[in-house]
Design a protein around this ligand. Structure first.
Ligand code: F6P
Length: 351
């Protein structure tokens, strides 16, 4: 058996731990030959596919490393045109691939699902710091991102206290507020603004003013996809042809402009950006990534292509990729963490 492995979309802490677990499980259990595809789907779409053999040695000693040893791309899409699809399928035939393990987010799952329908059978592994994959309660990488964002929030808090400032910290997460909510709670932020709840700027001003009078400083955590009522998303750039054409970023600066005229304290904004995606995965993410990789290899061995491994109720399971493709899991309005935040006095910017 010859199985290809690729990492698609943005990088994420834990990718190497998945690659290692997939490759080692397939080699040990099935005697499979494992082929790494370089730079995500881009490496399979090129005129000459870019691959490297993943033997025991090459996947050893990588579980703790950030990024992906294979490289990735978040713009390559073999389904963009019939010619791209045909070349990708021809490359997979030339490589004698019996299947593919695709480690990626909702966009990559959509591509993997499409290729499976064309005969290139895939198994998926859910990857994203955003934790927004459907039917998956924890994607690997999220725990590390929350730890980094929490650290960032707590570091700016000392400046907020020392200078009696309002400090705004923007987290990643696209249209889902999981990172902002968990990091905001972990760092005891005073205000947490989420993409799922459009905030009232007046309500945010009121909390800051009250704190100016009593505690003298305020820490605000805002998800990059958050917006004020009636406002548009803050878009940093657009990438044509990408499965994810809109790059978000900068809403912290927009909020700073809105708050400053109404407050005595100085208001400053920090965008955490890609530090949340980098660095070593936490032990939790290494273990989760290893479990996912091992489980994906079991699906391959059982011939259960077209499925994505997932975590539900703390148990490893699998769901059809079709259910996950191009769908995002945002925070439901009745999520217990929202109730907890409100009841302990964290403002969610609701008017
Ligand atoms: O999906 C992961 C993520 O880090 C998002 O949180 C963020 O909006 C996006 O990727 C940034 O992508 P890029 O690195 O392409 O700017």
């Amino acid at each position: 058996m010859r199985i290809g492995v690729l990492t698609g979309g943005g990088d994420c802490p834990g990718l190497n731990a998945v690659i290692r677990a997939v490759a080692k499980s397939l080699m040990r259990q099935c005697g499979a030959e494992v082929i790494g595809i370089e730079d995500g789907f881009a490496g399979l779409m090129d005129e000459s596919p870019r691959t490297r053999a993943l033997d025991w040695r090459s996947v050893s000693g990588i579980a703790h490393r950030g990024g992906t040893i294979l490289g990735t791309s978040n713009t390559a899409n073999p389904l963009r045109s019939p010619a791209d699809t045909e070349r990708t399928l021809a490359n997979a035939r030339a490589l004698s691939l019996d299947g593919l393990v695709v480690i990626g987010g909702d966009g990559s799952m959509s591509i993997a699902h499409g290729l499976t329908a064309h005969g290139l059978r895939s198994v998926g592994v859910p990857k994203t710091i955003d934790n927004d994959i459907m039917d998956c309660e924890r994607s690997f990488g999220f725990d590390t991102a929350v730890a980094t964002a929490t650290d960032g929030l707590m570091r700016v808090e000392t400046t907020a206290m020392s200078h009696s400032r309002v400090m705004i910290v923007e987290t990643m997460g696209r249209h889902a507020g999981w990172i902002a909510l968990e990091a905001g709670l972990a760092a005891a932020a005073d205000i947490v603004l989420l993409p799922e709840i459009d905030h009232a700027v007046e309500a945010v001003i009121a909390v800051c003013r009250e704190r100016e009078a009593k505690q003298r400083y305020t820490v605000i955590c805002i998800g990059e996809g958050a917006k004020a009522r009636g406002a548009d998303l803050t878009v940093q750039s657009r990438v044509s042809g990408s499965p994810d054409p809109v790059r978000l970023g900068g809403v912290a600066h927009v909020l700073r402009e809105q708050l400053q005229p109404h407050l005595k304290s100085e208001v400053r904004a920090t965008v955490l950006g890609h530090v949340q995606r980098g660095g070593q995965p936490t032990p939790f993410d290494r273990v989760l990534a290893t479990r996912y990789g091992h489980h994906a290899a079991q699906l391959v061995a059982a011939g259960r292509f077209g499925e994505m491994v997932t975590l539900q109720g703390g148990e490893l399971r699998s769901v059809p990729m079709a259910r996950v493709a191009n769908r995002q899991r945002t925070i439901p309005a009745d999520h217990p963490l929202l109730v907890t935040a409100r009841e302990i006095g964290v403002s969610l910017g609701e008017g």
